[in-house]
Design a protein around this ligand. Structure first.
Ligand code: GDP
Ligand code: IMO
Ligand code: MG
Length: 423
């Protein structure tokens, strides 16, 4: 069997959690391969709304195995809270959740370093989620990091040594005031909870599972345009959010990747700083934010909103080798008379159809206009009921990208998901 990868094609928050939850019954294993508690993946079913940060979104279907892969970074404090929240719903994860020994730990001092780095950047800050993601990945690639497998192996000594380095940076480089003590106590409590789980060599576990014919879904976090190599650098996260990240973040070879399911919102959002060519600063943007409830699942920050950007979408499809698309939050655009899609950019007076290196340059989007469908899409249960205008919108996207839109989401609930019957 192969690993199917599901990932965001925009700036995150496309609705990955919802779709992973919907697709989970088709798979034996659900895995996370990168990112950490900067992610907030929302699931809604049976009147429950739940946001996951570190744990894969397959966790609510009891017979499934969920794996946190080596590419993920874990904050034990947040992890403990997640576990407690899920326990309250009557779900026991002790048999179904496995964690890679090679996953790196976010230390309390990583969070402080994140805050200090952002403060030092002033106006040019990234708008990080302040979860310590950047500093943790820096220690990983700098070969200083602490891993899950280090728990019980001179752990306190390694911890103190790394925190010592961080203290130097905070005092000498950033001159930043901080207090570690409170969070540190909670952190060690979290480590105890983490240590009770099945800590494994997940690359071996997953490759063995593939050999045994098990099916695996890899759940991306963030989105392609936040990828550390291909996103709008430096306004990106610190991991490879793209399909290739599933190989390095799980230890599965590229020839074991199967379907690549690319998720996009019918419009665009971005939270944090950085370029966003189709961003709207008018009533249309306000309407998208209000109707789409576009406020961060992790930080509560208002998300910036704009029209769908096909230049960026095509780029993401190319980088990931997307084999099928899922269009999310179509219902949010139900009330518009006119809907726009950006098909090219004007950069320095020239029309271009590719993302330029200098994303910070003045980019003017060129739009194609569509008649709004003016229908309550949340009540639509089958593709036969799609209004003509809605079909035109999807047809255009499929024609331009050359990739079929296989799933359309028309509301936050698990049930509000329409699989299209394509040949
Ligand atoms: P993720 O990070 O990609 O998992 O996405 P988030 O959970 O951060 O953000 C997506 C938000 O949109 C959540 O609040 C979801 O409940 C909600 N959502 C998902 N799909 C739909 C949809 O089709 N329509 C509407 N209105 N909301 C949706
Ligand atoms: P999910 O998985 C949206 C953004 C932050 C910031 C930048 C860097 O829910 O889609 P970081 O904390 O990673 O150093 O922040 O990336 N960001 C996200 N935006 N959804 C996310 O995750 C994000 N994770 C990080 O806002 O601009
Ligand atoms: Mg999110």
């Amino acid at each position: 069997m192969k690993v199917d990868v599901l990932l965001g094609l925009q700036w995150g928050d496309e609705g990955k959690g919802k779709v992973v939850d919907v697709l989970t019954p088709k798979y034996d294993f659900i895995t996370r391969f990168q990112g950490g508690p900067n992610a907030g993946h929302t699931l809604e079913f049976n009147k429950i709304k739940h946001v996951l940060h570190t744990i894969p979104s397959g966790i609510f279907r009891d017979d499934k195995i969920n794996v946190i892969g080596n590419g993920v970074v874990i904050d034990p404090v947040i992890f403990k809270k997640e576990i407690e929240g899920i326990k309250k719903l009557g779900i026991d994860l002790s048999k179904t959740l496995f964690i890679s020994k090679k996953a790196h730990l976010i230390l309390p001092s990583h969070r402080i370093l994140d805050a200090a780095s952002e403060a030092a950047k002033g106006k040019s800050k990234i708008g990080s989620t302040l979860k310590g993601i950047g500093p943790t990945y820096m220690d990983k690639t700098g070969r200083n990091g602490l891993r899950v497998g280090d728990i019980n192996l001179n752990f306190k000594e390694k911890y103190d040594s790394l925190v010592g380095k961080h203290r130097l940076m905070l005092d000498k480089l950033y001159e930043f005031d901080y207090d570690l003590s409170e969070y540190e106590a909670e952190w060690f409590e979290g480590i105890k909870v983490l240590a009770e789980f099945q800590l494994i060599d997940s690359e071996q576990f997953l490759n063995d599972a593939l050999k045994e014919g098990k099916s695996i879904l890899a759940e991306g976090a963030q989105g392609t345009l936040l990828d550390v190599d291909f996103g709008s650098y430096p306004f990106v996260t610190s991991s490879n959010t793209i399909c290739a990240g599933a190989c390095t973040g799980l230890g599965v070879p590229p020839n074991k990747i199967g379907r690549v399911i690319g998720i996009f919102k019918a419009y665009c959002t971005r939270v944090g700083m950085g370029p966003f060519p189709t961003e709207l600063f008018d009533a249309d943007g306000d309407l998208l934010r209000a109707k789409g409830n576009e406020f961060g699942s992790t930080t509560g920050r208002p998300r910036r909103c704009g029209w769908l950007d096909l230049v960026a979408l095509k780029y993401s499809i190319m980088i990931n080798g997307v084999t099928e698309l899922t269009m999310m939050k179509s219902d949010v655009m139900d009330d518009f008379d006119t809907i726009k899609i950006c098909t090219s950019y004007i950069v320095n007076g020239e029309e271009v159809e590719h993302i330029p290196y200098e994303m910070t340059a003045e980019i003017k989007p060129v739009y194609t206009e569509f008649k709004g469908w003016k229908t309550d899409m949340t009540a639509v249960a089958h593709e036969n009921e799609f209004p003509e205008e809605f079909n035109s919108y999807i047809d255009f996207i499929e024609k331009e990208t050359g990739v079929p839109v296989k799933i359309v989401s028309v509301g936050p609930n698990r049930a509000q998901t329409i699989e299209r019957m394509l040949d």
